[in-house]
Design a protein around this ligand. Structure first.
Ligand SMILES: Nc1ncnc2c1ncn2[C@@H]1O[C@H](COP(=O)(O)OP(=O)(O)OP(=O)(O)O)[C@@H](O)[C@H]1O
Ligand SMILES: [Mg+2]
Length: 149
């Protein structure tokens, strides 16, 4: 599914909308260059889980930031992963990435190409167009659910 965003608020709302469709164990893989809007989208996802936008900061330095979200009145671990600084498979293993993705929490991964392919994730690709315009392509989720909510 292809979406067009005309500014950060709209990207945030798309993230929020996707966030409402996630389940425990969902992984969202985000692709797109620096400043494309990945973290803005993560803030939207987080807000759908009741995590305030201001709590989500860039995870570039910590690599993994852990929160507790709410999913249908139950707490759910929320992992914001940013692999920008990861250089190779060894580094990926040393942070224990497999503990976070595809487990009982919800994981969102910026610079997901560094995972070297991950089965079963919802992929979100950002492309910077003119100015504040972005094309956002989402794959791996049920489009009917998106439209029905
Ligand atoms: N349509 C848009 N959607 C999202 N962000 C936008 C949009 N238009 C402009 N922006 C701006 O672009 C920037 C996006 O920053 P953001 O941190 O989300 O990027 P990122 O993809 O996470 O980058 P990085 O790879 O450095 O983590 C913000 O400053 C935001 O205000
Ligand atoms: Mg970011």
């Amino acid at each position: 599914m292809r979406l067009r965003s005309n500014g950060p608020e709209e990207t945030f709302r798309y993230g929020d909308r996707l966030g409402r469709l996630l389940k425990a164990g969902s992984t969202v893989c985000l692709f797109g260059e620096l400043g494309a809007g990945k973290t803005v989208f993560v803030k939207g996802i987080a807000s759908a889980l009741g995590i305030p936008e201001r709590e989500i900061t860039s995870a570039s330095f910590t690599i993994i930031a852990e929160y507790v979200g709410m999913l249908r009145s139950s707490p759910v671990p929320f992992y914001h992963v940013d692999l920008y600084r990861i250089r190779d498979q060894n580094e990926l293993e040393s942070i224990g990435i497999e503990e976070y993705i595809g487990k009982r929490g919800i994981a969102v991964v910026e610079w997901a190409e560094k995972l070297g392919g991950f089965e079963g994730c919802i992929s979100v690709r950002f492309e910077i167009l003119d100015g504040e315009e972005r094309e956002i392509e989402i794959e791996g989720m049920d489009e009917a659910d998106w439209h029905n909510q």
